[in-house]
Design a protein around this ligand. Structure first.
Ligand code: ZN
Length: 336
């Protein structure tokens, strides 16, 4: 034990007696309670709460243990990821006001499992617009160093992150934009042009991606169909079989400017078939998002310990609920 350890009681009293408050604090931390909640509950239960530095010291002591098991878990998953991989890269900010942290998570698309996580603090990126690129650069460098082979990177949207962060490490990788996000994006753009058409355009895009994802020529043809369909000319859509079955003849009453704008939207999507013609989605991480909302919720700001809390959510994602026992045992073992 070092001299200055942030006021841990372990150096002042007999370990056996002190394991009880430590265990209490651990159970609070594992169920996503901050010091403030711990303090409130202890006071309400008429118990003397240990100090904030003491509580934070436990987090401090837990951090290397959590990191260790995280690394171990990722190693096991990555050992199954042989050959060239499709990965999802997802960057998200801390969900609180004045967010200072952002995390990049990499998922293996075919294994449906996370393989890497890395946190970046705003001070390192210098400006918030740089955050994703700074994070992604570190992530893909690290993945290259551990020799993970990547052929495809799936992202929520097309940004310069791919060119600036992925290509320097993986010059032969290709970028894919999530079909769900792309469809949503098309919906928004079309809805802006003419109210009521967005949802149909979104469905249309997903439908033709599902039908023609192995045939880029057909897919490209289908992407030009809306230009005649919205002009109420249905020969081409009937030919391709993309015309809706329950279709009631009606006029869209679109003016030329609106029609031209709609054409532009579909043309710009069709211009990038390698990114947009597929059915891949980034939505693997939904369960993790719920977990993240629990351990690093938007209602509590963790200026110093944010990565720790997100890593707990990641342990839960990798190991399931048994991670609590694993980490607690490792911690208490060190204290004996
Ligand atoms: Zn039609």
């Amino acid at each position: 034990m070092t001299k200055n350890n942030g006021g841990s009681p372990f150096i002042y009293a007999k370990p056996k007696r002190l394991l009880v408050p430590a265990k209490t604090a651990l159970s609070f931390i594992f169920s996503a309670c901050s010091y403030a909640k711990y303090h409130d509950v202890m006071v309400a239960a008429n118990k003397f709460p240990y100090s904030e530095p003491w509580f934070f010291n436990i987090i401090h002591e837990l951090t290397p243990i959590v990191d260790h098991f995280l690394k171990l878990g990722f190693n096991v998953i990555r050992s199954q990821a042989t050959g060239k991989r499709k990965v999802i890269y997802d960057f998200s900010w801390e969900h609180s006001r004045n967010a200072k942290w952002g995390s990049g998570v990499v998922w293996d698309y075919d294994l449906h499992k996370p393989i890497f996580i890395l946190h970046t603090h705003l001070r390192e990126a210098k400006s918030s617009t740089n955050m994703e690129i700074v994070n992604a650069t570190k992530v893909f460098k690290a993945l290259k160093e551990i020799d993970l082979k990547i052929k495809t990177v799936i992202k929520d949207s097309h940004t310069s992150t791919f060119e600036q962060a992925v290509l320097p490490c993986y010059p032969n990788a290709s970028e894919i934009v999530c079909m769900g996000h792309m469809a949503q994006n098309i919906k928004k753009q079309i809805e802006k042009i003419k109210k009521g058409l967005g949802a149909g355009a979104r469905r249309y895009y997903m439908d033709i991606c599902a039908r023609f994802n192995d045939n880029i020529t057909q897919w490209k043809k289908a992407m030009t169909v809306p230009s005649s369909h919205y002009r109420n000319i249905h020969t081409r859509c009937r030919q391709l079989g993309t015309h809706p079955k329950k279709w009631r003849p009606r006029s869209y009453r679109l003016n030329n400017l609106q029609l031209a704008k709609i054409d532009t939207v579909f043309k710009s999507v069709a211009a990038k078939p390698r990114q947009n013609c597929h059915t891949m989605k980034t939505s693997l991480d939904e369960s993790f998002f719920h977990k993240k909302a629990k351990w690093a919720s938007k209602y509590s700001h963790h200026p110093k310990t944010y990565p720790f809390w997100v890593n707990l959510a990641m342990l839960d994602e990798i190991y399931g609920p048994k991670w609590i026992q694993i980490v607690e045992n490792a911690y208490l073992f060190q204290k004996k």
